[in-house]
Ligand binder design. Structure first.
Ligand code: PLP
Length: 375
């Protein structure tokens, strides 16, 4: 069986885990956490990066930092993971779902303004499959209406929009290092803070409401409880695992992009013959090979496609069921305008096996199975 996903492991993880254990520093914010966050700050050109316990926690922090009030509204796509929406609910907001574009599966920037009301405070964009949303248009809308922009870049680590790393464009960026993502620490994530004015509040929120981060930097001589907070910092053990991969991030990125390109080239004739649709990457976006999906004609064909691949030992899977049609989506929000593409396009999409180290041989088996289904 060719798995849909294999968690990344480059080989130095155990060495770094052992280092953390021998240093008797396994709680958060030790040397591995510092190495990881500094690496991201330098590589991505970010003001501040804080490791978190998950991508979900990073989103929670970002929405809490937006300072919403009960009844405020947050705009987001319905085609996303529940975490994107939960963060806004936790912060007290009502959800306003906006339709996606059929080409990138990202929020349709041209449908955002119609969804804005006097209660709108923030937009959460999701860079699906590591392909950027149309950030120039979205940032213009946000500036015009004085809205915060949170980038759910859980799938977008190392990907770029017009040369800028995803997560560094909006007010806050959120990464996930879950085992299904390009770089992993088991469970974990990071928040990117692009407006320095929020750094101190973010540190307090992450460290149980205390100013312990300031204390550790020697800026104050004792620490105390200064505001509301939670515990969003991950263990050094998780950070040690992540560090092994960040050191080799370019290699991992290149490997995934090679697999993506190989799928694309092999399946292009099917797309040209109208048998399948392939992912679209707009010229201003540089993707990170997070995901390779194809689109069937409809839900019925997709169900047969997944079963066909499974019989041939290929783990292909569908993705999100639109949140606005889920029980919690109906409870916490509404769809703005018409659902033209969200349900239709999500019903058609299937993800093919994609992970760091996917062999050419396995890729060929996947491609052969897809070709056979279409013939
Ligand atoms: C994975 C993912 C998350 C959640 O990340 P966790 O680290 O699993 O909490 C949120 N949003 C999107 C779009 C994701 O793909």
């Amino acid at each position: 069986m060719i798995s849909f996903n294999v968690p990344p492991c480059v080989g130095t993880e155990l060495k770094y885990l052992e280092e953390a254990i021998r240093a008797h520093k396994i709680s958060g914010d030790g040397q591995f956490t510092r190495r990881c966050s500094r690496w991201m700050e330098e590589k991505f050109g970010a003001h501040k990066v804080l490791l978190t316990t998950s991508g979900t926690a990073a989103l929670d922090m970002a929405l809490l930092l937006c300072g919403l009030e009960p009844g405020d509204e947050v705009i987001l796509p319905s085609y996303t993971f529940s975490s994107t929406a939960n963060a806004a609910v936790l912060a007290g907001a009502r959800l306003v779902f906006v339709d996606i574009r059929p080409d990138t599966m990202n929020i349709d920037e041209n449908k955002i303004e119609a969804a804005i009301t006097e209660r709108t405070r923030a937009i959460i964009v999701v860079h699906y499959a590591g392909v950027a949303c149309e950030m120039d248009a979205i940032m213009d809308i946000a500036r015009k209406h004085n809205l915060k922009v949170v980038e759910d870049a859980a799938q977008g680590v190392m990907a770029k929009y017009k040369g800028q790393y995803l997560g560094t464009i909006g007010d806050f960026g959120c990464y996930s290092f879950h085992e299904t993502k390009n770089y992993s620490m088991g469970e974990g994530g990071a928040i990117v803070i692009n407006d320095p004015a929020y750094i101190e509040r973010a540190e307090i929120l992450r460290e149980k409401g205390t100013n312990r981060s300031k204390f550790f930097r020697g800026e104050i001589d004792k620490y105390t409880w200064v505001d509301f907070g939670d515990s969003f910092l991950p263990s050094e053990l998780n950070a040690a695992y992540l560090w092994a991969q960040l050191e080799r991030a370019e290699e991992i990125n290149a490997d995934r992009r090679r697999s993506w390109q190989a799928y694309y080239e092999a399946l292009k004739p099917l797309a040209e013959a109208g048998k399948l649709a392939l992912p679209v990457v707009p010229p201003e976006c540089e993707h990170n090979g997070h995901m390779f999906y194809v689109k069937c004609r409809d839900l019925e064909e997709r169900t047969r496609f997944i079963a066909f691949l499974k019989e041939r030992g290929v783990g292909a899977v569908f993705h999100y069921v639109p949140l606005h049609s889920a029980p919690a989506g109906r409870k916490f929000g509404r769809f703005a305008g018409e659902d033209v593409y969200t349900t239709k396009e999500s019903d058609r999409l299937v993800r093919l096996p994609m992970y760091f180290g996917l062999t050419g041989e396995d890729r060929k088996s996947v491609i052969d199975a897809v070709l056979r289904f279409c013939s």
